[in-house]
Design a protein around this ligand. Structure first.
Ligand SMILES: [Zn+2]
Length: 282
């Protein structure tokens, strides 16, 4: 892909902007961060007992005086290398996790992330990693409405999958499974839709040829990543097949009706069930 100097400059500006945004956020919610650890410059001293050291350690080391562990780390707020005791290490790693998550969300969602974060920050403190799940969830809801209005079904389907991933992260497994089922029925119907379009627009090929082409274009009825998550969640929830079927039909009913899906209900369930790994099930 061709990258113009302007676009490099533009992405450079964005980079600076979001790094600044992350620092401002950390300064607000981790005001103690600049007191965490001892800057590794000048005479080396231990962060635990302030005893002198022969040199600044480059990795986790026990303090020769008090035998406590110490770790060299970079602080996310000012990128200064510091030597930490256990307490400041925990604080710095927490802040790094948040900085990383913010960076990722910023890259993925751009301005929508910063605006949503700001709006939510007025109502509550965004000081934990989990609170950024709520920011992302809120963005996904907004995007979901947009995708429905624009009929962007591929993006809509990916968004539902991302919501499932967030629910799994939060250990909300039954809800996650509902979202995964919605993704699965989308995949099955996309393939079915392609089959019908093919049949309509290609009167020359035989049914067999069309099935062959279809299998090449859509090798999986449901994306393998989705299928393996579904398997994991069913196992984790220890659901019986009856209960799983019930959950599937219930959680896909609205989407199936709204999107006039051809494959739905029990038929869709049977199709999915044939793909599930039921090796250790009833
Ligand atoms: Zn010590």
């Amino acid at each position: 892909m061709h990258t113009s100097p302007e676009s490099i400059l533009e992405s450079g500006k964005k980079e600076v902007q979001f790094l600044k945004g992350i620092r401002v956020h950390l300064a607000k919610h981790f005001p103690d961060l600049d007191k965490c650890g001892i800057p590794m410059e000048g005479d080396p001293i231990s962060p635990c007992c302030k005893g002198p050291l022969s040199k600044w350690p480059q990795r986790k080391t026990l303090c020769p005086a008090c035998k406590q562990p110490m770790w060299p780390r970079k602080r996310p707020s000012d990128e200064i290398r510091v030597l930490c005791d256990a307490k400041s290490l925990a604080r710095i790693e927490e802040a790094w996790d948040i900085a990383q998550r913010m960076k990722k969300l910023s890259q993925e969602y751009g301005d929508l992330f910063w605006n949503t974060k700001e709006a939510m920050e007025l109502k509550r403190s965004l000081s934990t990693l989990e609170s950024f799940n709520d920011v992302e969830w809120s963005m996904l809801n907004k995007l979901s409405q947009q995708y429905v209005a624009e009929k962007q079904w591929g993006l809509y389907r990916n968004l539902r999958f991302r919501q499932a991933e967030i629910l799994i992260m939060e250990q909300r497994h039954e809800e996650a499974l509902r979202f995964l089922f919605a993704v699965a029925i989308f995949d099955m119907n996309e393939r079915e839709y392609a089959r019908r379009e093919w049949l309509r627009h290609d009167p020359v090929s035989t049914q067999e040829e069309i099935e062959h082409q279809l299998a090449a274009a859509y090798p999986d009825e449901v994306a393998p990543g989705v299928l393996s998550e579904i398997n994991d969640e069913i196992r984790l929830l220890q659901l019986s097949m009856d209960k799983t079927q019930e959950l599937f039909i219930e959680s896909t009913r609205t989407e199936a009706t709204a999107h006039h899906m051809q494959i739905r209900g029990v038929q869709a369930w049977k199709q999915l069930r044939s793909k599930l790994d039921l090796s250790n099930r009833d």
